[in-house]
Design a protein around this ligand. Structure first.
Ligand code: SF4
Ligand code: ZN
Length: 308
């Protein structure tokens, strides 16, 4: 490989096709970390003294996010930020056990507190049971699971007294979510994708995604280069989601046209910003069944539970 385009000193280990740069290990790692730091400051995601609950699944993205935030906070220790890892056990046999151990060991290594909550303890049902009990195959595994996970992370974050929930959604995830909403006719939901955080719970908690401007495959390469251990096992229910098809579609496009995902992401951000500004800023309702914040009379968790 040729010499690093940035430092002109070391041999490169990575070719960034969309920018034409060759990067050495040090410059590659730094590019990811500074991109995350720039995204945090661009969208005012984290303030002095905030306690951040990081949703950690045990995959490459969430463990890398935990690592990067810990590193940034250590560099600015007088900012008084605190980290807690929250992990949700969906109850998927043979899949979740490996990752729970990886998260536990990694948090111990970084000296970060961790909290685990399960669907079973919160909703009285786990994913394996939900897959058998669902009354309609039209409701996909990931839509049930995602609905439960968002609520479970909120509950865990509130329990540890966090001000912010940070998740490791990357640029690819955002593009896929945009397309899913578009194809489902859910245009109103696109406003939620814009990266600037909104307060969304009774306690005023915010949600942030510091990796939102980073390609998925670059986070995977980052995890490998940093020797971050991550779960290799894939969820047995993942192929039900249209997300898998969209991921393959965008990866194919990016292979033939480097940078197309980033262009798509930039356009999507502009559209989501416009839609965010037309979202009602007040009028957050409470679910008539469970009392949690909801956009309708009945929240998505209660709706999901009613089909099981
Ligand atoms: Fe849940 Fe879908 Fe992720 Fe599996 S792939 S853990 S079902 S969201
Ligand atoms: Zn409810």
């Amino acid at each position: 490989m040729p010499c690093c385009t940035k430092c002109q000193k070391a041999e490169s280990i990575y070719f960034r096709a969309y920018s034409g740069e060759y990067l050495c290990k040090k410059c590659f790692l730094r590019s990811i970390e500074s991109k995350a730091a720039r995204t945090i400051s661009k969208y005012a995601m984290i303030e002095y003294g905030d306690k951040i609950a990081v949703g950690v699944s045990g995959g490459k993205d969430s463990l890398s996010l935990l690592y990067v935030l810990k590193m940034l906070f250590d560099q600015h220790s007088n900012n008084g930020n605190e980290l807690v890892a929250v992990t949700i056990d969906e109850g998927i046999k043979g899949y979740r056990d490996e990752s729970l151990q990886i998260v536990k060991d990694f948090c111990a290594q970084l000296g970060i507190e961790s909290k685990v909550l399960s669907y079973q303890s919160l909703f009285g049902v786990d994913m394996d049971q939900a897959m058998i009990q669902r009354s309609s195959q039209k409701v996909s595994s990931c839509s049930i699971c995602g609905t439960f996970r968002r609520r479970a992370i909120d509950i865990a974050a509130e329990a540890v007294g966090a001000d912010i929930v940070a998740t490791a959604h990357n640029m690819d995830d955002q593009l896929q979510t945009f397309m899913i909403n578009l194809l489902a006719g859910d245009v109103e939901r696109i406003g939620w994708i814009y990266p600037e955080p909104v307060q969304y719970t009774q306690s005023g908690m915010k949600k942030v995604k510091p990796f939102v401007e980073i390609y998925e495959y670059e986070i995977a390469f980052y995890a490998l280069q940093r020797d971050i251990p991550f779960q290799s096992e894939e969820c047995p229910y993942m192929n039900e989601s249209i997300r898998t098809d969209l991921r393959e579609f965008f990866n194919r496009l990016e292979r033939d046209h480097p940078g197309i995902k980033y262009n798509g992401y930039k356009s999507m951000t502009k559209v989501s910003k416009v839609l965010r500004s037309s979202m009602p800023s007040s009028g957050i309702k409470k679910c008539s069944r469970c009392g949690h914040v909801s956009t309708g009379d009945i929240c998505s968790v209660c709706k999901t539970l009613s089909i099981l």
